[in-house]
Design a binder for this molecule. Structure first.
Ligand code: PMP
Length: 309
């Protein structure tokens, strides 16, 4: 499907992607004053159904990001869920998708601020396959860029401008021949990937940076903790994690809506475990893949069917 022909939602109406224009001086573009979400939809070919994953937690987080930016979303979470469904129906997707809802400061004038600026809102939905090559593990490196600190700009909001931090780290990693960056917090503990949360396995337990390490409090992170506890009987400890713990972990993986669960092969040129996909990572990847496509009834409440409404 050609991008320009997709139906998008912009400021209260459905329109063609190519017809939804914004001006060059738009505040959110110039100053990064916007916030967004990344929501996945997974196609179940057997049922001919598109399952949208964890819509309410994503829209609740969008409302929180908006609040930080002195914005008011134009719709409630319930309304946003309905719009998301309609968007998929209008585009008649038959495959995996990615939804990008976003709110941005829309004035076209000069002057950086958050107050007294008009907001605008849009949702773009596109066909989307894989974020990483899942056939192999990732080669990661600890970034020279530290994760933005809450005292500078709040990383727990999914805020447009803060993604310069992620982009610097990601490009540094790729240009150094790696697949993904792992950022430390300003205080020097492990924070997260450029667009993913991070978990390590040590002595049969999961450990992940706690919310004070300037992480985005990921929806997938929470889902993984639930699957680990309920299906594998494994608890997750949320705590500050040292860089050197990455080197001695038995397993390590990152999680995100776009990335899913992706296992890590090496960090800073040190093999993680035996350099293969570990058993806990493998079990979680399998469980998650089945759950998001509607194949685990116990987690059906995570999913909104787009077509069987
Ligand atoms: N951290 C950052 C910086 C991200 O951009 C994302 C992707 N939204 C995540 C973590 C993972 O969050 P989620 O599981 O909610 O997609």
């Amino acid at each position: 499907m050609h991008l320009g022909d997709l139906t998008v939602y912009h400021d209260g109406r459905f329109t063609r992607y190519d017809d939804a224009k914004i001006g060059l001086l738009t505040h959110g573009l110039q100053y990064g004053t916007g916030c967004f979400e990344g929501v996945r939809g997974f196609w179940n070919a057997h049922e001919e159904e598109l399952y949208l994953l964890e819509l309410a937690p994503h829209y609740d987080r969008l409302a929180q990001s908006a609040r930080i930016l002195l914005m008011q979303l134009p719709h409630t979470t319930a309304e946003l869920i309905d719009i998301s469904i309609e968007l998929c129906v209008r585009n008649a997707f038959r495959g995996d998708v990615y939804l990008r809802p976003f709110s941005y400061k829309a004035n076209e004038d000069i002057g950086v601020r958050l107050h007294d600026v008009r907001d605008a809102f849009a949702i773009v939905a596109i066909p989307f396959d894989r974020y990483f090559d899942t056939a192999r593990g990732l080669r990661c490196g600890v970034s020279s860029w530290r994760r933005m600190d809450d005292t500078m700009a709040p990383a727990r909001g999914k805020i447009t401008g803060i993604y310069v931090n992620s982009a610097l780290a990601k490009s540094e990693a790729i240009m150094n021949g790696l697949d993904e960056a792992i950022m430390l917090s300003a205080e020097g503990h492990v924070s997260e990937g450029s667009a993913e949360n991070l978990f390590i396995v040590r002595r049969g337990m999961l450990h992940t940076p706690d919310a004070s390490q300037n992480i985005l409090e990921g929806v997938t992170r929470r889902a993984v903790m639930t699957l680990a506890r309920e299906e594998l009987g494994i608890e997750t400890v949320e705590r500050p994690i040292d860089r050197s713990e990455l080197f001695i972990a038995d397993e390590c993986f990152i999680t995100g809506s776009a990335a899913g669960i992706q296992w890590i092969e090496s960090i800073d040129h040190r093999q993680v475990g035996d350099g293969q996909r570990g058993p806990i990572s493998a079990a979680l990847i399998d469980l998650y893949d089945r759950a998001v496509r509607g194949n685990v009834p116990k987690y059906a409440h995570w999913l909104t069917p787009a077509y069987a409404q």
